[in-house]
Design a protein around this ligand. Structure first.
Ligand code: AHR
Length: 345
């Protein structure tokens, strides 16, 4: 029986149950009641460590946002790479930035009877119906990178993500220090309705609150894309001219687009216009070494290992914390050159 075999494999891999105990538990659960959260905690919370794993023999559907940024591509690679290393069969779907595509993908995964689903939700709201369907089918859903809002938190097993509010706050604090507390800022927001766009805006505004001369003079979405970030920055630079002294972009790709726009407007990015963003991708480090980008707050996309640890724990019935926060650091032109060669994305 597929479920017995799966539970045996997971139990053995986690080293949490004997295979027999796992099989008994699983057989007792049945497909309809595969635990989403709150099953027997067999480990006392010990982390699942799976180096050198061979065939895991289970199937996971990964509903990805799209490929809007280099960060996103790095996250996709991390999840795909980890699945391969663990011998997990991965079904991958790229929603091209559209929630309706992602909902269809999740429904498809349920219909195909995957063992678990990894979801990076495009936006925060509108997930209840499809998550209820997954729960009814006994399929745990692990959220990666972006959170969502549902009244019933048992609809997902856990969220593994950075603290986006803290990232926005760190960007603001860095900018206050750099500018001596006086700047006219253009903000390039991420995708409307997406958790990182909402939270990075909130955190940034919080970080500026006490500083009356730090003014956001314009704020528009660049959809987390380099090309859109460039277009929006171009338009805003035309309207506000030399009044603009800083750009805050919700991700590096938009900042890199804005840097091009600043140069094309005849100004020096990094000098005439201070640029701060979030992600810490390779292109951002290159720009910091060059001096065109001043600061990037890291947001790790290397979530594959944590995501599959969570999937395996959820399948084994281990109760997971509702959120695991990934630590981020701030890099700027003074520190970038020391670490650029060791960056993994
Ligand atoms: O959800 C994380 C954000 O989404 C990243 O900062 C951005 O680059 C991506 O597109």
């Amino acid at each position: 029986m597929k479920s017995n075999r799966l539970m045996n494999q997971i139990g053995a891999r986690l080293g949490l149950f004997t295979a027999t105990t796992a099989a008994i538990l699983w057989a007792g659960c049945g497909q309809q009641s595969k635990p989403v959260t709150g099953g027997p905690s067999a480990s006392g919370g010990a982390p699942a460590s799976t180096p050198g794993a061979t065939k895991a023999g289970y199937t996971v559907g990964f509903a990805q946002v799209g490929a809007e940024s280099s960060w996103r591509t790095a996250e996709t690679d991390s999840i795909k790479g980890e699945a391969e290393q663990r011998g997990v069969t991965l079904k991958f779907s790229d929603a091209q930035g559209k929630q309706e595509n992602q909902i269809k993908a999740v429904r498809g995964f349920i219909a195909q009877g995957v063992d678990a689903i990894i979801l990076a939700p495009v936006v925060e709201t509108g997930w209840e119906p499809v998550l209820k369907e997954a729960k009814q089918a006994g399929i745990p859903v692990v959220l990666v990178d972006r959170g969502l809002k549902v009244a019933d938190e048992s609809l997902y097993a856990t969220l593994i993500a950075s603290d986006f509010v803290a990232e926005g706050r760190m960007a603001a604090e860095w900018l206050v220090k750099k500018t001596g507390g006086k700047a006219s800022i253009i903000e390039l927001q991420g995708t409307p309705g997406a958790a990182p766009a909402i939270d990075r805006k909130k955190g940034f505004e919080e970080g500026l609150k006490e500083h009356v001369d730090m003014k956001i003079i314009a704020s528009q979405s660049g959809d987390f894309r380099r090309s859109v970030g460039k277009e929006v920055a171009e338009a805003l630079l035309k309207v506000h001219g030399t009044k603009v002294t800083a750009v805050y972009a919700h991700n590096d790709d938009m900042a890199l687009g804005a840097i091009q726009a600043i140069e094309e407007a005849g100004r020096k990015p990094g000098v005439d216009v201070i640029v701060v963003s979030i992600d810490g991708v390779k292109g951002a480090f290159e720009a910091m070494v060059k001096g065109t980008l001043n600061c990037s707050v890291e947001c790790s996309p290397l979530l594959g290992p944590l995501a599959f640890d969570a999937v395996e724990k959820a399948l084994a019935g281990v109760e997971l914390p509702k959120k695991t926060i990934v630590d981020d650091q701030v890099y700027d032109t003074t520190t970038a050159k020391d670490v650029i060669d060791s960056r993994k994305y």
